[in-house]
Ligand binder design. Structure first.
Ligand SMILES: [Zn+2]
Length: 80
């Protein structure tokens, strides 16, 4: 997806840029979709999470989940 110069400018300025409201069956209502930028992976779209209203890069989240799994695996080895 290509983002406009204005959108990229807003992300640089405020960390995020509102794109649109999205509706999904599992949600009870509409949620705002934002454009944000990860320092490692570049631009991504996401919904603010939790009380901190933080936008998480999906690739970073996946990597964090993977490394947690690996850490748990190492622990299991040590316990055996
Ligand atoms: Zn990332």
């Amino acid at each position: 997806m290509n983002y406009s110069l204005w959108q990229r400018f807003k992300v640089r300025l405020s960390g995020r840029c509102y794109l649109k409201y999205e509706m999904r069956p599992e949600w009870s209502g509409y949620l705002p979709l934002y454009l944000a930028k990860c320092s490692k992976h570049g631009y991504f779209e996401g919904h603010p999470q939790g009380y901190s209203n933080h936008l998480n890069c999906p690739i970073c989240l996946e990597a964090a989940a993977l490394s947690r799994k690996e850490a748990v695996g190492d622990l299991a080895k040590v316990e055996r």
